[in-house]
Ligand binder design. Structure first.
Ligand code: T5A
Length: 224
């Protein structure tokens, strides 16, 4: 059976948000915390996560590359996603691990759909195709006003990428898109106020995850 057709048994948690929302920092801290709790954790990211997908990431984020059409951008991201799902995410879930992924399919709806204006229905269908219908068990959305997030990102001058450099208006559409997604799927997507200090955000995340596990009896079933 190919990895794409086996039923996963681990836990898939994604982190989403606009630029400078702090999700990469929170993903790292969440993984550290889960590890100290005795879980086997895989920390990964999108676009990326495999050799090929990381190469695609390089092409997508390079601001010196030629102009990229929104459709091309979407295809590249989705192609990278399929590699990532088949080669990294599903195998780890099948081993019962907790997979913590920095961005996933919601980013495509928010950036390429709400941000770039591509057809949401088409993107959802393409997403299903790219993920083999894999949906995160839980998505943590880090919501921060665009000017705050961009200020954080722009203070890291050396690491600004092609998408960071888009106009503020683009990032506002992306933020509104994420918030719409969270309203549409409140059981899966939980919103955190990412304008709070780093430590407070982390504390909220840990408190939430602890309760989320407890509600599902996950601790007893899967902690090793
Ligand atoms: N993309 C991706 C799409 O368009 N479609 C898709 O489908 C997918 C999957 C990825 C780009 O690709 C696009 C979206 C992105 O533009 P990236 O470089 O990985 O590019 O960009 P980000 O995902 O935005 O990740 P970053 O790591 O750059 O930013 P984060 O995760 O938002 O923020 P983080 O944690 O690196 O923090 C940024 C700075 O803020 C500070 C941190 O210390 C750091 O200096 N910070 C805080 N400061 C104060 N208070 C807090 N609460 C803070 N939290 C963090």
């Amino acid at each position: 059976m190919s990895p794409a057709t086996q039923k996963p048994s681990g836990i898939f948690i994604t982190l989403e948000g606009g630029e400078g929302s702090g999700k990469t920092t929170q993903a790292r801290r969440l993984c550290d915390w889960l590890t100290t709790q005795g879980w086997q954790v895989l920390h990964t990211r999108e676009p990326g996560g495999t050799l090929l997908a990381e190469r695609v990431r390089g092409l997508l984020l390079d601001h010196s590359a030629e102009a990229i059409a929104p459709e091309t951008e979407a295809w590249l991201i989705l192609a990278a996603r399929r590699q990532h799902v088949d080669h990294v995410i599903k195998p780890a879930l099948q081993q019962g691990m907790i997979v913590v992924c920095d961005r996933f399919s919601d980013s495509t709806i928010a950036y390429q759909g709400y941000g770039r204006g591509l057809d949401l229905r088409v993107l959802r269908t393409m997403n299903k195709w790219a993920t083999g219908k894999l949906v995160p068990h839980l998505t943590l959305l880090f919501d921060v006003p665009v000017r705050v997030g961009l200020r954080r990102r722009r203070s890291q001058r050396a690491s600004q990428n092609r998408i960071d450099r888009e106009a503020t208006q683009f990032h506002e559409k992306v933020r509104a898109g994420f918030r719409t997604l969270a309203r549409q799927e409140p059981r899966r997507m939980v919103v955190f106020d990412a304008s709070l200090p780093l430590e407070s955000v982390q504390q909220h995340v840990v408190t939430f995850i602890t309760r989320w596990f407890k509600r599902r009896g996950i601790q007893q079933l899967q902690q090793r």
